[in-house]
Structure formats: structure tokens, C-alpha cells
Design a binder for this molecule. Structure first.
Ligand code: FAD
Ligand code: SIN
Length: 529
């Protein structure tokens, strides 16, 4: 079946939905999303969204903090642009119905997180993302021009490759005509033809064994663009959140927001010692890369599986008031955070790199935009500052919307696109083959391409990945399409890009730490590249 739409959106998190609301007054919009509309990384965000709101905070301070966290690889023009647009974009979120906590003075209640020199995080208790997702979902569901395709899995973007042309990375203009999708309920294959397409498929956490990301985060958009020969970059910078709840077997790992450290909780090792001051003068509020590495190092030093986050010295009522979800979740596991220290461990959380976009959110592929976590805008550089990603998503979706609305009429529908070719495929192979390959991939990435890397580990990872890749491609050739097999393929592609970029970087910087190149090479700073 073919469906024509002016604007095609893949993904229903903050990036996809905010773009939808902006373009929907200009034409027909279709949103493809592989699960329920509200299952996204966005819905899990806890801490909040960073923005300069009141003095003594200033643009200069937020810019400086972002650049410092990014460790020399941020594009300073992009940083300034995002920081300065924050207030306008947050007003729009409020107008769409998102509520942020207000203090006794009637002002936004601002939290503080690692790497921030000021309190500047607007939040809704400790489940900001759920509130934003709720507000946007309701607005989108009420818009007559928007059709939502839940449980539809985008397989690939359509380019001239599907018209039989040979497309390489040297092809001067690759063009996107829409996307193929699989209806997960009926197994029907759909061809969406669009004037313009936005990829907003979020993160990659499930490429790793332990992650805070929900299961939807398998890097599909990044893999699709890579397969279509678009530009993907900065992938070596995978952020591990320092404090996910240590609860072996739970997937995704439950996050203990950094805002709790901003509120006064401190990290201690299992011997009861505060250890962060040994690693950084900002102690528990140092940027994430430093805190995650410090925890990793303490755990290795003592052979422990976790460290503690201690909030027991804080006012109990205030703690419960600010972090009600964390309080209830921990209590369910027998941990009373007002009396007990919380066992925590780092977990894969966010990818700083992704699909390269310019300041209009345009990718290297014509008629294809990207926004949100699956992009590399230049904002995060080598390490994202906490709570800058919701902000980036909403700023770049806005920019994508402005540019799309200005240009979509210039593009007509490409009508001679063939249906997805599933000739020669048979019944699904045993699920065990797919799940086992996925587990191997996740273990291998966590062990060899995690917080601390080395040349040997990266080589091992590359060699192992080749085997997993060949076996999976073989399965893919022979099997009917299934979500799990497609996600495995995508995760392999993402792992490949992470390893490739990590091997290429002959230094340690931000989130990428290689024991064989322990120092930063200043010649590789952003402007020196
Ligand atoms: P997402 O919100 O992940 O949406 C992606 C969408 O794409 C989903 O709807 C998904 O189903 C869909 N999709 C994916 N693949 C396909 C496919 N093949 N076909 C169809 N649909 C597909 N950031 C902050 O700034 N502040 C925070 O406090 C914060 N806390 C966080 C806490 C947690 C636990 C996590 C996991 C992340 C947190 N982040 C935070 C990061 C932030 O939430 C994400 O970076 C951001 O929400 C990404 O938004 P997005 O729209 O790009 O992607
Ligand atoms: C958190 O609340 O600690 C997560 C914030 C983020 O990922 O930006």
C-alpha cells in the first residue's frame, strides 16, 4: 500500500511531535512510530530541560558550561544559538500544555545538575519527560492534519537507490522520497511517499548491555541514514549516566536523576568514603564523563559491582517532595532513600553523535531532516551537558519546521517507487538466533567499547562485530521481516560506527577514554579539525 503525505515523521518523542505540531498547519502529516505514541526516551526524562531564566544566570554562563562539558569539540556558534533560543521554545512547550514546577515566589523552580554553574533546569517533579510527552501527545492527537501510525516500524528511507541507481557516498545529491514501514500488527508493508521527511528516532542505548533507555532505543534512524549513504559522525562519544539504580536484571535500568546530586546527595564507595574529590574539585557535581569514569575506577579498585548515592543527610520531606518517583521506586525494592544509601552503577544513556545536520536540521540527504538524539548538531561535542538534550530536540525541530515549510512545495511526490521487495524470504528463523546475537552484541559493546577503551579492546570488538554482522546479514537474507531482526541489524550498524570512530580517535577526550592514548590532543579541537 502507498500513502502520500506532505510531511513524514519517523518517531514520536519530543523531536518528532514538536515538529509535527509546527508543520501541521501547512499540509498533511504522518507520524510513524514503532510502539505506542508515548513510548520514547522523552517519556523517561527525569531531571528536566536546561534554560537561562533568571539572573544571576546568563547566556554566557550556560554557553561556557556547555563548552566546558563538550571538551573542545562543541561548535560554539551552535551552542550560542541553542542557548539563546531556549526561552522561546520553552514558552511553546508551556503553550502546548506542559507544566513545569513553580516555587513559592511564583517563579520556575530551577534545579541544578552536574557541570552547570547555576540552577537552570526547569522540571516537573522528577518525571519531566513524561509531562512533556503527555502534553505533546494530546496536542498531536487533537490535530486534524496529523495521522499517527502506532506500531509501525520504519525499515528504510527511500532514495534513488530504490529506483535502481547506484548510490555511493560520492553521489553528489542523494534524495529522500519517503520511507518503507512494516505494520507490526498485520505484517503489511507500507510505502510512505513524502515531500519531506524528518527522522527523530532517538537514542541507541540498547546497543549496550546496561542502559537507562527503553527498548525502542536501537539507533534505527542513524542506521537507516548510514545505509542510505548519508553522513553520520561523532559516534565515539557515548554518554554513560553515572547513577542508574543497581538492580541486576532490570531493563531498562532505572535512572537516579543527577538533580539528586544537585540537591545535595553525595557519592560514596562501598567502604563509605566520599571519593569524588579525588577525581575532580567539583566532586559529585563534576560533568558526567568524569563522574562515570571515577565510579568505574572505584568499582574496579575494590572489585565492587556498585557504589552508593547517599541522600540520607538531606531533609526527608523535601527529598520526597522533589523526587517522588525515585522514592516510590526505591521503596518497592526495600530501599528507603531517606534512611538508606542507594546502590548505583553507570549505564549507557545518550549518544552525542549521530546524523550530521546543519543549522536548519537538514541532513546530507536532500528532503531529509533530522532532529533530537539521533543527530549531531555540534551542540554536545565530546560530552553532553545534563538536560541539554531535550532543549536541543525542541530547538532543532523548530528549525527543521521553518525550513521544511519554506521548501516542501518545491518537491513533488516520486510516484514510481517499487514496493518493498521481500522475494525469496521464508519463515522466521528461530527467535533464539536473533536474541542470542543481540545479547552477544550488547555484552561485547559493554566490555570492549564502554567507559574505558583500549586499542586491543577496540580491535577485539571490531573482529567480533564482523562475525555477528555476517551471521545477521545471512539471517536477514533468508527470513521474513521482523522487528527484532531489523533492530539487531540497526544496532550492529550503530555499533560499527561507534567502533570506527573510536578507533580513529587517537586521543582521550570527553566521553572517549582510551588507555593507549590517555591524553587530549589539542590539535584535534573543533576548530583545528
Ligand atoms: P525519543 O524521545 O527517544 O523518541 C524516538 C521515537 O522514535 C520513539 O517514538 C520511538 O518509538 C521512535 N522510533 C525509533 N525507531 C523507530 C523506527 N524504526 N520506526 C518507527 N519509530 C521509531 N534529557 C534531558 O535533556 N533532560 C533530562 O532530564 C533527561 N533525562 C533522561 C532520562 C532517561 C532515563 C533517559 C533515557 C534519557 C534522558 N534524557 C534527558 C535524554 C532525552 O530524554 C532524550 O535525548 C530525548 O528525549 C530524545 O528525544 P527524541 O525525540 O530525539 O527521541
Ligand atoms: C538526569 O536527570 O540525570 C538525566 C538528565 C539528562 O540526561 O540530561
Amino acid at each position: 500500500m502507498q500513502i502520500q503525505t506532505d510531511f513524514l515523521i519517523i518517531g514520536s518523542g519530543l523531536a518528532g511531535l514538536s515538529y509535527a505540531l509546527k508543520v501541521a498547519d501547512y499540509g498533511k502529516v504522518c507520524i510513524i512510530t514503532k510502539n505506542k505514541i508515548d513510548e520514547s526516551n522523552t517519556g523517561y526524562a527525569q531531571g528536566g530541560i536546561a534554560a537561562v531564566t533568571y539572573s544571576p544566570d546568563s547566556y554566557t554562563k550556560h554557553i561556557e558550561d556547555t563548552l566546558t562539558a563538550g571538551d573542545g569539540l562543541c561548535d560554539s556558534r551552535v551552542v550560542a544559538l541553542v542557548v539563546k533560543e531556549a526561552a522561546d521554545r520553552i514558552n511553546e512547550l508551556v503553550n502546548w500544555g506542559a507544566q513545569f514546577d513553580i516555587n513559592a515566589d511564583g517563579k520556575f523552580d530551577l534545579a541544578r545538575e552536574g557541570g552547570h554553574s547555576e540552577h537552570r533546569i526547569l522540571h516537573h517533579k522528577d518525571n519531566t519527560g513524561k509531562e512533556i510527552q503527555r502534553a505533546l501527545t494530546e496536542s498531536v492527537q487533537n490535530h486534524k492534519n496529523i495521522t499517527i501510525y502506532e506500531n509501525h516500524f520504519a525499515l528504510d528511507i527511500i532514495t534513488q537507490h530504490h529506483l535502481g541507481e547506484i548510490v555511493t557516498r560520492q553521489t553528489p545529491t542523494i534524495e529522500c522520497y519517503g520511507a518503507y514501514a512494516l505494520d507490526l500488527k498485520t505484517n503489511a508493508l507500507l510505502t510512505f511517499l513524502s515531500r519531506v521527511t524528518l527522522i527523530a528516532t532517538g537514542g541507541i542505548g540498547n546497543v549496550y548491555h546496561t542502559t537507562t533507555n527503553p527498548t525502542i532505543a536501537t539507533g534505527d534512524g542513524i542506521a537507516m541514514v548510514h545505509r542510505a549513504r548519508g553522513t553520520v559522525e561523532n559516534m565515539e562519544f557515548v554518554q554513560f549516566h553515572p547513577t542508574s539504580l543497581y538492580n541486576p536484571g532490570e531493563r531498562p535500568s532505572f535512572l537516579i536523576t543527577e538533580a539528586m546530586r544537585g540537591f545535595g546527595a553525595v557519592l560514596k564507595n562501598r567502604q563509605g568514603e566520599e571519593f569524588m574529590h579525588k577525581y575532580d574539585k567539583r566532586a559529585s557535581l563534576a560533568p558526567r564523563d568524569i563522574v562515570a569514569r571515577a565510579i568505574d575506577s572505584e568499582m574496579k579498585l575494590y572489585g565492587d559491582d556498585y557504589v552508593f548515592l547517599d541522600a540520607t543527610h538531606l531533609d526527608s520531606n523535601a527529598l520526597i517532595e522533589h523526587f517522588p518517583n525515585i522514592y516510590s521506586k526505591c521503596l518497592l525494592l526495600g530501599i528507603d532513600i531517606t534512611k538508606d544509601k542507594i546502590p548505583v552503577v553507570p549505564a549507557a544513556h545518550y549518544v552525542c553523535g549521530g546524523i550530521k545536520v546543519d543549522n536548519n536540521a537538514a541532513t546530507s540527504i536532500k528532503r531529509l531532516y533530522a532532529a533530537g538524539e539521533n543527530t549531531n548538531t555540534g551542540l554536545h561535542g565530546a560530552n553532553r551537558l545534563a538536560s541539554n538534550s531535550l532543549l536541543e530536540a525542541v530547538v532543532y525541530s523548530h528549525r527543521a519546521a521553518l525550513h521544511s515549510v519554506e521548501n516542501y512545495k518545491h518537491y513533488s511526490f516520486q510516484t514510481d517507487i517499487p514496493d518493498w521487495n521481500d522475494d525469496g524470504t521464508s519463515h522466521p528463523e528461530e527467535m533464539i538466533l536473533i536474541t542470542q546475537e543481540f545479547k552477544e552484541l550488547q555484552q561485547m559493546m559493554s566490555n570492549y567499547v564502554g567507559i574505558v577503551r583500549s586499542n586491543l579492546r577496540l580491535k577485539r570488538a571490531h573482529d567480533r562485530l564482523e562475525i555477528i554482522f555476517r551471521e545477521t546479514e545471512d539471517l536477514f537474507e533468508r527470513s521474513v521481516l521482523s522487528q527484532s531482526l531489523c533492530e539487531l541489524r540497526n544496532a550492529i550498524t550503530v555499533a560499527y560506527t561507534i567502533i570506527k570512530f573510536a578507533k580513529r580517535r587517537k586521543e582521550s577526550r570527553g566521553l572517549h577514554f582510551n588507555v593507549d592514548f590517555p591524553n587530549k590532543n589539542p590539535h584535534l579541537d573543533f576548530h583545528a579539525v
